[in-house]
Ligand binder design. Structure first.
Ligand code: K2U
Ligand code: ZN
Length: 173
């Protein structure tokens, strides 16, 4: 298990549509394990493979925030949304690839998803609350979309300019 570096926006790899995972291999299992370790270390409640530079359709999430409750690490391979509620929910989102920037994003309040697990079996589950927001945020990553793509062009450009400056400063450090 190793902590992998998280790509910072703007980065062309974060804008790519990821191809499906062909098979659940030991390499995929190692990637999932590393992504969970990287997510918990960040800390975050979700992380998508392109964020660690691997362009494949896999994300991890664990939205259990109560420290006294057991964690629920989830690995979703080739995830797809099979149903969306009409009801919408607005949440102030952040992103590990866009550090220290937050903005309100409105998404369906509940989604039903189907995916392949590390057991190579098909799973289906309905998510609500932070789980639903996180799952949609991560699925966006697999399609090269960031939460700032749901904002107006001025706000998106402002955040992108600030992230470009931050990357330049980090490169000099
Ligand atoms: O994909 C990521 O960058 C991980 C995000 C996932 C996430 C963003 C917004 C809302 C739900 C999940 C990280 O967990 S960032 C941590 C975080 C969590 C909730 C709200 C803001 C930031
Ligand atoms: Zn993100």
């Amino acid at each position: 298990m190793s902590i992998r570096p998280i790509l910072i926006h703007p980065d062309p790899r974060l804008k790519k549509v990821c191809p499906p995972v062909p098979a659940v291999t030991d390499e995929i299992r190692q990637l999932a394990d590393d992504m969970l370790a990287t997510m918990y270390d960040a800390p975050g409640v979700g992380l998508a493979a392109p964020q660690v530079g691997v362009l494949t359709r896999l994300f991890v999430m664990d939205c259990i925030k109560d420290e006294d409750a057991a964690p629920r690490p989830m690995v979703l391979i080739n995830p797809e949304i099979t149903w969306r509620s009409d009801e919408q929910h607005t949440y102030e989102e952040g992103c590990l690839s866009i550090p220290e920037h937050y903005a309100e994003v409105t998404r369906p309040a509940r989604v039903r998803m189907r995916w392949t697990g590390l057991d190579a079996q098909t799973h289906e589950e309905e998510f609500d609350g932070l789980w639903a927001t996180c799952a949609q945020h991560e699925l966006d990553h697999l399609d090269g979309r960031l939460f700032i793509d749901h904002l107006g062009p001025m706000k998106r450009q402002l955040i992108t300019r600030k992230m470009t400056k931050l990357k330049r400063e980090r490169a000099r450090a």
